[in-house]
Design a protein around this ligand. Sequence first.
Ligand SMILES: [Zn+2]
Ligand SMILES: [Zn+2]
Length: 428
Amino acid sequence: MDISTILSTSKPDLAPYESLYKHLHQNPGLSLQEHLAAETAAKYLRSFEGFDVRTNIGGTGLIGILKNGQGKTILLRADTDALPIEELTGLPYASKKREVDVEDRIEKPVMHACGHDMHISCMLAAAETLHTSMRHWKGTLIVLFQPNEERAAGAKAMIADGLYDSEKHACPAPDVVLGQHVFPLPAGTVGTRVGSFMSAADSFRVTVYGRGGHASMPHRTVDPVVMAAHIIVRLQTVVSREVDPRDSAVVTVGSVQSGMTENIISSEATLKINVRTVLPETRTKVLAAIKRIVKAECDASGASKEALWESTSSFPFTINDGEVTNHVAEAFSEHFGELHDPDTPPLSGSEDFSILAIEAPNKDGGRGVPYCFWNFGGSDPKTFEDFKGRGKLDELPANHSSYFAPVIQPTLSTGVDALVVAALSYLR
Ligand SMILES: [Zn+2]
Ligand SMILES: [Zn+2]
């Protein structure tokens, strides 16, 4: 029986999953506070007889393991956290939730503005489909729900808590790790890409030190505001003068703070810098250039001591394995036909998904198994064409926008199919 036939005979009625999606959408949880998502995922998985469910991995992370004879071990991953954004979609099931962020104790509006509620709903419906179709496949299926993706710490936390550790959570070592993200492309479509798919993102807080004093006596001070200003301007040359024009990178100073008032020269300045790169060698080069410039400008100003560097977050690269991606892409083309794009453009965002594969034990006794991450559309196809026709695609609400909400169908159905097809391409 081919995969499309297995799917059409085993896929459940998705109406209850549409309601589940709305419920999750209305009740989002910030990073580290994904309790409802985790409880819901565990409850569903436990209702599918045979799933071994292990919870509280690296916070609210959990896995469900379904063993079904000899065969490959496939791990499917969904992320579960929402964002501190006020929802403005006007949808009847829009989130009105506010909650205190455990990170800084500040109350914030909360919205599933990245579509992780769709990822959870797709994964649970895919788990039910694969559970129903067990007589058609062999092997081990792992579905993994990962918290705290938005702050680049959830995958690391699950690994650090012993996800693959035989003494701890004992997740079976996967042969392949697979995951997906909803994106503002026409709903119904899926996109794969071999190689570099999402950028690495490195964020730092850099403090530079001068010597404070009276604004009327600058000769008795070292002004950190001037120092910071020179650093910011000079950093603009990293991408424009040091990165190959055929490559791409971003260096953004998103925040600069120094001093409280106009008649005092302060003693230090803090810069928050965000760096995006798509190639490992460019990442090394850009980070080295930033350090070199900060150090040289501090020296040039006569700084009182060396700059302090603090990493605030670090997303790895997402570089899809050639063999695995071609294997998945072939199955997608067979099932989705024209709606699958095997050469979808790389995404500008970043993901910590790859850590779950890079840190997984492999057959050679080391770490690192191949992975594939793909996208699927969430925008109403008519709206997408309308924006495209007017040359306004940049204005179509995208992830992290107050207006971003996927159309429930065919987004949900496509996301379920993609997970099931990719898993069965290995397990059948
Ligand atoms: Zn996001
Ligand atoms: Zn996301």
